[in-house]
Design a protein around this ligand. Structure first.
Ligand code: CUA
Length: 157
Protein backbone atom coordinates (compact mmCIF):
# COMPACT_ATOMS: atom_id res chain seq x y z
CA UNK A 1 0.00 0.00 0.00
CA UNK A 2 2.69 2.48 1.04
CA UNK A 3 5.00 1.35 -1.72
CA UNK A 4 2.27 2.14 -4.19
CA UNK A 5 2.03 5.71 -2.90
CA UNK A 6 5.81 6.16 -3.05
CA UNK A 7 5.88 4.91 -6.63
CA UNK A 8 3.21 7.37 -7.60
CA UNK A 9 5.06 10.19 -5.91
CA UNK A 10 8.29 9.33 -7.74
CA UNK A 11 6.45 9.01 -11.00
CA UNK A 12 4.96 12.46 -10.56
CA UNK A 13 8.34 13.88 -9.53
CA UNK A 14 10.00 12.36 -12.60
CA UNK A 15 7.32 13.77 -14.88
CA UNK A 16 7.73 17.24 -13.37
CA UNK A 17 11.49 17.02 -13.92
CA UNK A 18 11.11 15.91 -17.54
CA UNK A 19 8.61 18.64 -18.32
CA UNK A 20 10.91 21.09 -16.58
CA UNK A 21 13.89 20.05 -18.69
CA UNK A 22 11.92 20.30 -21.90
CA UNK A 23 10.61 23.73 -20.91
CA UNK A 24 14.15 24.90 -20.14
CA UNK A 25 15.47 23.69 -23.47
CA UNK A 26 12.55 25.18 -25.38
CA UNK A 27 12.90 28.46 -23.55
CA UNK A 28 16.61 28.48 -24.29
CA UNK A 29 15.96 27.93 -27.98
CA UNK A 30 13.18 30.42 -28.54
CA UNK A 31 13.37 32.66 -25.49
CA UNK A 32 15.56 35.71 -25.06
CA UNK A 33 18.68 33.59 -24.68
CA UNK A 34 21.65 33.53 -27.02
CA UNK A 35 20.46 34.13 -30.56
CA UNK A 36 22.48 31.99 -32.92
CA UNK A 37 21.16 33.83 -35.94
CA UNK A 38 20.94 37.58 -35.48
CA UNK A 39 17.79 37.92 -37.50
CA UNK A 40 16.27 35.18 -39.50
CA UNK A 41 15.12 36.69 -42.75
CA UNK A 42 13.57 33.50 -44.07
CA UNK A 43 14.67 30.34 -45.75
CA UNK A 44 16.18 29.55 -49.13
CA UNK A 45 16.99 26.44 -51.12
CA UNK A 46 20.80 26.41 -51.42
CA UNK A 47 20.44 24.81 -54.85
CA UNK A 48 18.43 27.74 -56.11
CA UNK A 49 20.68 30.58 -54.95
CA UNK A 50 21.67 31.44 -58.53
CA UNK A 51 18.02 31.99 -59.48
CA UNK A 52 17.03 33.71 -56.25
CA UNK A 53 15.80 37.29 -56.64
CA UNK A 54 18.09 38.49 -53.88
CA UNK A 55 21.13 36.30 -54.29
CA UNK A 56 21.08 35.68 -58.02
CA UNK A 57 23.07 38.86 -58.27
CA UNK A 58 25.14 39.58 -55.17
CA UNK A 59 26.51 42.96 -54.21
CA UNK A 60 25.49 46.41 -53.08
CA UNK A 61 22.12 47.88 -53.92
CA UNK A 62 21.25 51.51 -53.25
CA UNK A 63 17.68 51.74 -51.96
CA UNK A 64 17.65 55.53 -51.89
CA UNK A 65 18.75 58.15 -49.40
CA UNK A 66 21.39 56.66 -47.14
CA UNK A 67 19.92 53.16 -47.25
CA UNK A 68 21.76 50.29 -48.83
CA UNK A 69 21.29 46.56 -49.11
CA UNK A 70 24.18 44.17 -49.48
CA UNK A 71 23.46 40.62 -50.64
CA UNK A 72 26.24 38.19 -49.85
CA UNK A 73 26.66 34.48 -50.59
CA UNK A 74 29.17 32.60 -48.46
CA UNK A 75 30.74 29.39 -49.70
CA UNK A 76 33.89 27.40 -49.04
CA UNK A 77 36.05 29.49 -48.90
CA UNK A 78 35.03 32.89 -50.10
CA UNK A 79 32.33 35.53 -50.05
CA UNK A 80 30.55 36.83 -53.08
CA UNK A 81 31.19 39.70 -53.36
CA UNK A 82 34.53 39.66 -51.54
CA UNK A 83 34.79 43.44 -51.64
CA UNK A 84 32.00 45.75 -50.52
CA UNK A 85 32.00 49.53 -50.80
CA UNK A 86 29.47 51.86 -49.17
CA UNK A 87 29.59 55.61 -48.49
CA UNK A 88 30.09 57.03 -45.02
CA UNK A 89 26.83 57.77 -43.25
CA UNK A 90 25.01 54.88 -44.88
CA UNK A 91 22.63 52.49 -43.21
CA UNK A 92 23.45 49.07 -44.57
CA UNK A 93 21.32 45.94 -44.30
CA UNK A 94 23.23 42.75 -44.99
CA UNK A 95 21.50 39.63 -46.24
CA UNK A 96 23.74 36.60 -46.12
CA UNK A 97 23.25 32.95 -46.98
CA UNK A 98 25.48 29.95 -47.56
CA UNK A 99 25.85 27.77 -50.62
CA UNK A 100 27.34 24.79 -48.78
CA UNK A 101 28.22 24.52 -45.09
CA UNK A 102 27.84 26.77 -42.06
CA UNK A 103 30.06 29.85 -42.17
CA UNK A 104 29.95 33.17 -40.39
CA UNK A 105 29.84 36.69 -41.74
CA UNK A 106 31.85 38.82 -39.38
CA UNK A 107 32.78 42.44 -40.01
CA UNK A 108 35.70 43.10 -37.70
CA UNK A 109 35.26 46.15 -35.49
CA UNK A 110 31.47 46.24 -35.87
CA UNK A 111 28.62 44.31 -34.28
CA UNK A 112 28.07 42.40 -37.51
CA UNK A 113 28.80 38.82 -36.54
CA UNK A 114 26.28 36.28 -37.68
CA UNK A 115 26.23 32.60 -38.41
CA UNK A 116 25.50 31.82 -42.04
CA UNK A 117 23.58 28.58 -42.31
CA UNK A 118 22.74 26.89 -45.60
CA UNK A 119 19.00 27.13 -46.18
CA UNK A 120 18.64 30.25 -44.08
CA UNK A 121 19.00 33.95 -44.72
CA UNK A 122 20.68 36.03 -42.03
CA UNK A 123 19.86 39.71 -41.87
CA UNK A 124 21.42 42.57 -39.94
CA UNK A 125 21.51 46.33 -40.27
CA UNK A 126 24.42 48.58 -39.41
CA UNK A 127 25.10 52.29 -39.62
CA UNK A 128 28.54 53.20 -40.99
CA UNK A 129 29.39 56.76 -40.02
CA UNK A 130 33.15 56.94 -40.35
CA UNK A 131 35.15 56.20 -43.48
CA UNK A 132 37.48 53.26 -43.07
CA UNK A 133 38.33 49.70 -43.97
CA UNK A 134 36.83 46.72 -42.21
CA UNK A 135 37.98 43.17 -42.61
CA UNK A 136 35.34 40.49 -43.21
CA UNK A 137 36.05 37.01 -41.99
CA UNK A 138 34.58 33.64 -41.18
CA UNK A 139 34.38 32.66 -37.51
CA UNK A 140 32.87 29.21 -38.01
CA UNK A 141 35.29 26.41 -38.85
CA UNK A 142 34.31 25.34 -42.35
CA UNK A 143 37.13 23.17 -43.61
CA UNK A 144 40.75 23.39 -44.66
CA UNK A 145 40.41 26.80 -46.28
CA UNK A 146 38.57 28.34 -43.33
CA UNK A 147 41.42 30.68 -42.39
CA UNK A 148 41.60 32.05 -45.94
CA UNK A 149 37.94 32.97 -46.04
CA UNK A 150 37.87 36.74 -45.96
CA UNK A 151 36.68 39.92 -47.57
CA UNK A 152 36.92 43.67 -47.25
CA UNK A 153 34.34 46.32 -46.54
CA UNK A 154 35.35 49.88 -47.39
CA UNK A 155 33.41 52.88 -46.14
CA UNK A 156 34.37 55.66 -48.53
CA UNK A 157 34.20 59.38 -47.60
CU1 CUA B 1 33.77 29.72 -43.78
CU2 CUA B 1 35.10 29.27 -41.87
Amino acid sequence: MNIHTYEKAWLVAAMVLIVGFIATITYGAVGPGIAMIDDDAGSIDPNEISDHERFGETGVEHLGGNEYEVNVVAQAWSYSPSEIEVPAGSEVTFYVTSRDVTHSFTVVGTNVNTMVVPGQISEMTVQFDEPGEYGILCNEYCGEGHHTMEGLLTVVP
